[in-house]
Design a protein around this ligand. Structure first.
Ligand code: NAD
Length: 504
């Protein structure tokens, strides 16, 4: 069977790469080549930016009211629901996410995001009149919120469909036009979503240029026609983007890495913690930025909790993501799997205790995939590289603490600040601890509590700016003040004109 080709999507049509080059896309579960994706160049990017700029100037889009944009967004719901089966399949074979997670959680989030943004855009005050003030003279002021322009959207590979929509929805709701560069590892659903959603928009509003980050992504961050970059990915690339964007002072939103710490207090329900903390670290085999990867446990419950964690983790089903019963899928590729194992080995060399997992698992029928057993490392400390750095795998580092102050200090002793949490029997006391944790999201007695109307983003080196909800919409808007003067007689403008003119 011929291997499908994934081209760019520019100005309402599929477009082959100008250089004629393609690269392989592999199924993480099997290692099989499932597509060839276009290797974009600056030439291709220029085509897409020009199309996006034309769309920005097209009255059909430029003058569309927020209410009409809301209607368009709501139409996305039907299109996605009608194509959910195909999209879920493409997402699973390209990202290695389990079909079970994609069809349950990802679609729930995507549909809810659309409805949240469609509602928000109807009520958001795009124009506000300020009360009149007579200083220095009576004027009328309107503060208007306008689209920034052509936005460059660069998502990561781990949750391609969710990240694509998280960026696209507020960008369009605000009236911008976009060029998306999907991860070269997982381009399937971005190309397909563009094909499905673009017919609901004027041509050129939604464009996709495929290619490697160092070429197309880099060119986007330097492109004079792109006014905003929204990036999700590693902290290292995020820093580079900020430097590149500085040359033209592009607006930048960065959603970067994390090293989420959860504090388990002595009065926590151990059964709830064990299930919840494993959900926190094992969703998508730990390949989530906001995963709970450090578990800080009070000394009085340390061993009993470890026992529960090991018991549950040992019984999870590792396997083919296409099997609806699979709970733990593969690493995104073999090199990443080796890196994860490297972190586990380094922690063990530095004194951590292996409670369970710690090794590669062979899955029948998926011999080309790289699977790692859920791994719990006890007796960790914050000096270990496996505890300081983002592993992006199914690895939980457990650290013992004596008192609250020590737990908060350990949690905050990190370059990252994306997620944090508290497992506790005392939710009132937890509110106080939450205020002291340096993280953009703090979850009490659960994990991954993402709500589409709630701002999401990082403190410290986990990012800059927020996505989702009002904060997400506002990150795609510029603010303009339009002021009108009413005094037509120059001689009466004594406080202003009187400084430079003399009137008889
Ligand atoms: P990555 O930084 O390697 O790549 C992310 C995207 O940037 C890809 O599309 C890539 O092609 C592109 N890119 C690479 N070099 C570039 C450059 N020089 N200029 C512009 N673009 C470039 O990250 P990844 O491996 O795809 O994703 C994993 C990382 O993403 C992890 O660190 C994870 O924590 C983070 N992440 C963060 C969030 C969040 O919301 N904070 C969500 C998901 C993933």
């Amino acid at each position: 069977m011929a291997i499908p080709r994934l081209d760019h999507f520019i100005d309402g049509a599929l477009v082959a790469p100008n250089g004629g080059e393609y690269m392989d896309v592999e199924n993480p579960a099997t290692g099989e080549v499932i597509a060839e994706v276009a290797c974009g160049t600056e030439y291709d990017l220029n085509l897409a930016v020009a199309a996006a700029q034309r769309a920005l100037d097209n009255p059909d889009w430029r003058d569309m009211t927020p209410t009409d944009r809301s209607v368009v967004l709501n139409q996305f719901v039907d299109v996605i629901q009608q194509n959910a089966q195909e999209l879920a399949y493409l997402e699973a074979i390209s990202s290695g996410g389990t079909l079970s997670r994609i069809s349950k959680l990802d679609f729930l989030l995507i549909i809810d995001s659309i409805m949240t943004m469609a509602d928000l855009v109807k009520t958001y005050p795009f124009t506000q009149s300020l009360p009149a003030r007579a200083v220095p003279e009576l004027t009328d002021v309107k503060v208007v919120k306008e689209p920034i322009g052509v936005c460059g959207l660069i998502p990561a590979w781990n949750l391609p469909m969710v990240l694509f929509m998280n960026k696209l929805l507020p960008a369009l709701a605000a009236g911008n036009t976009v060029v998306v560069k999907p991860s070269e590892l997982t381009p399937h659903t971005s190309v397909r979503l563009a094909q499905l959603l673009a017919p609901l928009l004027p041509p050129g509003v939604l464009n996709v240029v495929n290619g490697v980050g160092g070429v197309v992504g880099e060119a986007m961050t330097l492109h004079p026609g792109i006014s905003k970059i929204s990036f999700t990915g590693s902290t290292a690339v995020g820093k580079r983007i900020l430097v590149n964007a500085a040359a033209s002072l592009k607006r930048v939103t960065l959603e970067l890495g994390g090293k989420g710490a959860a504090i388990v207090t002595a009065d926590a329900d151990l059964n709830a913690v064990a299930h919840g903390a494993l959900y926190g670290v094992l969703l998508h085999s730990g390949q989530g930025c906001e995963s709970g990867t450090r578990l800080l446990v009070h000394e009085s419950i340390y061993e009993p909790l470890l026992e529960k964690l090991a018991h549950i983790a040992g019984g999870l089903q590792i396997g083919d993501p296409m099997n609806p019963d699979t709970q733990i899928g593969p690493m995104c590729h073999a090199a990443h799997g080796q890196k994860v194992l490297g972190y586990i080995h380094s922690a063990l060399e530095q004194g951590a205790r292996l409670v369970c997992g710690g090794e590669r698992v062979r899955v029948l029928g998926c011999e080309g995939g790289f699977f790692i057993a859920p791994t719990i490392l006890a007796d960790c400390n914050n000096q270990m590289s496996a505890v300081r750095e983002e592993i992006f795998g199914p690895v939980l580092a457990v650290i013992k603490y004596r008192d609250e102050a020590e737990a908060i200090a350990i949690a905050n002793d990190s370059d990252y600040g994306l997620s944090a949490g508290i497992w506790t029997g005392d939710v009132l006391a937890a509110q106080k601890i939450a205020r002291r944790l340096q993280a953009g999201s703090v979850w009490i007695n659960d994990w991954h509590m993402l709500r589409t109307d709630v701002p999401f983003g990082g403190y410290k080196q986990s990012g800059q700016g927020r996505e989702m909800g009002i904060a997400g919409l506002e990150s795609y808007l510029e603010t303009k003040a339009i002021t009108t003067a009413f005094q037509r007689d120059p001689a009466k403008k004594t406080l202003t004109y009187g400084i430079v003119h003399t009137f008889d």
